[in-house]
Ligand binder design. Structure first.
Ligand code: HEC
Length: 92
């Protein structure tokens, strides 16, 4: 019981107090939804090349050009920029 309580406390402590839901421009959520399947959860590469640490503007350029098989991606300019910023923060 003590262990369960500790686990619950740990989990609630890691949730930000303001608890804002992920917004449309949450790069991490957008990446997970639109890119992770091919580029890996942490941008380490999977069926597609690694993208971790790439410059945000470079990533946005590629996404906007959407070469196959990325031609199914439809992100707004804001979302594209957010994904780019997120990818650039990933560790190689
Ligand atoms: C359906 C699989 C798929 C999805 C989904 C996908 N990609 Fe890609 N992506 C690829 C493949 C395959 C390549 C390599 C294309 C090539 O080299 O011709 C690529 C290339 C790239 C490159 C260039 C990498 C390099 O080294 O030149 C970037 C940057 C990139 N993707 C970012 C993204 C982002 C950001 C998303 C999400 C918005 C995304 N991709 C979603 C398959 C995918």
């Amino acid at each position: 019981m003590k262990k369960i309580l500790a686990a619950v406390l740990l989990v609630s402590a890691s949730v930000p107090a303001w608890g804002a839901p992920p917004s449309a421009t949450d790069g991490a959520a957008l990446y997970k939804k639109n890119c992770a399947a091919c580029h890996g959860a942490t941008g380490q590469g999977a069926t597609a090349p690694a993208v971790a640490g790439k410059q945000g503007s470079v990533v946005a350029k590629v996404v906007n050009a959407h070469p196959p098989p990325m031609d199914k991606i439809t992100l707004t300019p804001d979302e594209t920029a957010a994904v780019g910023r997120y990818v650039s923060t990933l560790k190689k």
